[in-house]
Structure formats: C-alpha cells, structure tokens
Write a protein that binds this ligand. Structure first.
Ligand code: APR
Ligand code: PHB
Length: 388
C-alpha cells in the first residue's frame, strides 16, 4: 500500500490532520489500534478554545458542536469560601470557550471522515513504524500490511508506538510528575453553576464542569496512587460538598454517577517533535496537566502547523514548514506547559507541611481576582492565544 501521509492514531490529532489534508487534496490513511466504539466512548476533557471550535467548523464537522456546545464567557475561581468571576470574554475582546466532550469531537470527526470515503482502519495490531523509510507495518483483519508513505504523522498518544520508534539519544524528554491525581465523575444531574468553578480548598482542589444542561462533570484532587474502590459515590459527593462550600451556602446538586475514573497529572515534552520522516503531534509529543484544559487544543494546534507545512511542500515544493515544524510547535507547547503548570500549582493542595506555600497560593489567587492585568493574563491563555 502507498499513501502520502500515514497517520497513526485516530484521536483528535490524527483525525483533524486527516480532514485538513483531505481538504488540501493530500492523500492519507489513518490507523487506529482500538475499536471505533472504544475511541468514541473514552471520556476525556471537554473545553474547546475558540480556535479549536473555528477549526472544526471550518472542516465541516461543527454542526452538532454549534448546536449542543455550551459557550462560556467566564469562569469562577473559588477559594477562602467565596467565588470570584473571571470575565473571560470581556478581558479578551469577546473570545469564549465551548464545553463539548472530547468523545463527541472524535465521534463527529470519524463520522465526517467515513462519510467522505476516507480510509480509516480500526483495530489494527502490532504496528511497527520506521521513521527513516516512512514505512508502517501493521496487521488488520488477520493480514499483515505494509504502508509506504512520504511522511508519517505520529498521532498515537502518550502510550503509542511512534515516539518509542525513534532511536535512543535523539529525543530529549522533559517531565514533571505531580504528587496528585484527579478523580473525575460524570453525573446525571443539572450543573450547579452556569460556569466552570475551579476551587482551591484546604482539603485540596475541586473542579465543577459540565457536558450538557443534564450532565455534570466533577473532579477532586486525590493521591496519585488513590484506589477508586475507596471512593463510593456518597464519599465523592460529601468530599465535593465540603471543598466547594462557600460562606453564603452554595449548594451542589447530586445525582447518579454514570462514569468515574482517576487521571494522573503530569507535564511532559519531547524535543524535537520530529525525526527523519516521522512527525509527532498531540499527546505523542507532550502531555499537560488537565488544570488548564489544554490537551486537545494543543493537539489541534500541532496538526494545524503540520497540515500547513505539508500543503506548502506538496503545492510549492517548499520544505521550510516541515523543517521548522518542531520549532514552531514547541513555542506554543512551552507557553501552554507554563500556563498549565501555573494553574496547577496555584490551585492544588501541595504536598508537605510547608505553611509558606498556601500563603503564596492565596496571594496569587487574590491578585488574579483583583488585578485586571493578572486576570487578563489568565483569560487570554485560557481562551487560547492566537499567536505565540
Ligand atoms: N497504533 C495505532 N493507534 C494507536 C496506537 C498504535 N500503536 N497506540 C495508540 N493509538 C491510538 C489511541 O487508541 C488513540 O485513539 O492513538 C490515539 C491517540 O489519541 P489521543 O490519546 O486522544 O491523543 P491526541 O489525538 O494527541 O489528542 C490529545 O487526548 O489525551 C487526550 O486530553 C488529551 O485532549 C487531549 C487529547
Ligand atoms: C472537563 O470538563 O472535563 C474539564 C474542564 C476544565 C478542565 C479540565 C477538564 O480544566
């Protein structure tokens, strides 16, 4: 088999890239090791930056997103028993975020891709990637295949095969593992607040988010090795109620929990994001802690750079975009890493007994809520920087 771009992984990165390439008349094949049902049901974050929304609409897969996505113009920071609104849109010239589950984004991208006759193979096995020859070998429906490409896009997430196929010594990894994780639930209950609530409390961080007027998404900071079995639903609601409590008696609606899981918190980047003819994008190249809600948005930004570079290569024979791919992406990656680390450090209960830390966090939170300059800095990063 032959194609121009072999895409490994059908997450947001791989699928957005496929759509962009198709529109530019560039041929590609997408290989995914999981089943379609699995990737469409995997619950992940759900905050889309304006730029991500614009990209999805532009690709013709934004119809349901525009109908069902919840557009938010602000968020709440809660600490010391009181809430403080950050008016995101007012501070950023009208930009907003949209709440829409990542699995719906993936569902829409897959449906659009298959409807347009795109080549996407689920449940491929034993994928081998050769960065030098731009060759992917894989098993599908019991037969072994070889896919020869001009380039390979490694969009196979943090645990994929593309990054490890790069020889030792080429990549440098930068990593920080945080001493906490998030326990997340989806609950069948109307959101208790119209906007997201990022809550810093003595007992740890909590986040109130949502997926629809009927479904709430909530998170609790827990120990990194926490056993989910120790968290029956009643305990989760009780802990959420304690952390979110305000002096003026805010109430948290509860309801049946329909999904729960624990997500580790880490920051990770490899440099460069390219080796020979293999280009890494999204979680395959970097992970951000979920506090800034940036993972999906960063993945979409990477493949935007890659698609533009490939268009330039095929249309004009100009390789500049491909040559500078890693450098271009890494500028945004590190900006977003800093923002995600900053939000994480400001909002979580840090380990150890150092009484200095909570005082610093409190001072920073107050500053962000009182200073228009500080609030604008949070807001412009949160809604997504147009230029980095
Ligand atoms: N072969 C083919 N596909 C693979 C392989 C493999 N060996 N290994 C993993 N995959 C698939 C995964 O099953 C998944 O569907 O690659 C896809 C990677 O998708 P994501 O993990 O969603 O990563 P990405 O597309 O970069 O999107 C980033 O995902 O982790 C979240 O919250 C994060 O929002 C962020 C987004
Ligand atoms: C979510 O809705 O899943 C969500 C929202 C904001 C975050 C992280 C996750 O920072």
């Amino acid at each position: 088999m032959r194609t121009q771009v072999g895409i490994v992984g059908a997450g947001p990165a791989g699928l957005v890239l496929a759509h962009r390439l198709r529109r530019a008349g560039i041929d590609c094949v997408v290989l995914e090791d999981r089943a379609r049902e699995y990737v469409e049901q995997r619950v992940r974050a759900g905050v889309l930056e304006q730029g991500t929304v614009d990209t999805l609409i532009d690709l013709g897969v934004g119809e349901r997103l525009q109908r069902e996505g919840l557009v938010h113009h602000g968020l709440e920071l809660r600490f010391g028993g009181a809430g403080h609104r950050i008016p995101l849109s007012e501070l950023t010239g009208g930009r907003a975020i949209t709440l829409y589950g990542q699995q719906k984004v993936v569902e829409d991208l897959i449906a659009g891709w298959l409807a347009a006759g795109g080549d996407l193979r689920f449940e491929v096995d034993d994928v081998r990637v050769d960065p030098e020859r731009a060759r992917v070998e894989f098993t599908h429906d019991g037969a072994r295949h070889t896919l020869d490409c001009d380039i390979i896009a490694g969009c196979d997430g943090f645990h994929g095969v593309c990054r490890p196929s790069i020889p030792n010594g080429v990549l440098r990894a930068y990593e920080r593992v945080y001493p906490f994780a998030w326990l997340g639930i989806l609950a069948e209950v109307a959101p208790s607040s119209e906007e997201l609530v990022y809550c810093h409390s003595e007992r740890g961080f909590a986040l109130h988010s949502m997926r629809s007027p009927e479904i709430s998404r909530l998170y609790l900071q827990v120990a990194p090795d926490e056993d989910i079995e120790r968290w029956p639903d009643e305990r989760i609601w009780k802990e959420l109620r304690t952390r979110f409590a305000t002096r003026d008696g805010w109430t948290l609606n509860d309801g049946p929990v329909i999904e729960k899981g624990i997500t580790p918190m880490r920051s990770f980047v490899v440099e460069p994001m390219q080796h020979e003819r293999l280009y890494l994008a999204g979680d395959a190249a970097h992970i951000v802690p979920a506090t800034g809600a940036k993972g999906l948005n960063l993945a979409v930004a990477d493949v935007g750079v890659l698609a533009a570079a490939l268009e330039r290569q095929y249309r004009d024979g100009d390789a500049t975009g491909l040559e500078t791919y890693s450098q271009t992406c890494l500028r945004r990656v590190w900006r977003v890493q800093h923002f995600s680390w900053w939000m994480t450090s400001m909002l979580h209960r840090l380990s150890g007994d150092d009484p200095f830390e909570p005082r610093l966090q409190h001072a920073q939170l107050e500053y962000v809520c009182r200073s228009r300059a500080a609030a604008t800095s949070l807001a412009e990063n949160y809604v997504g920087l147009e230029h980095v």
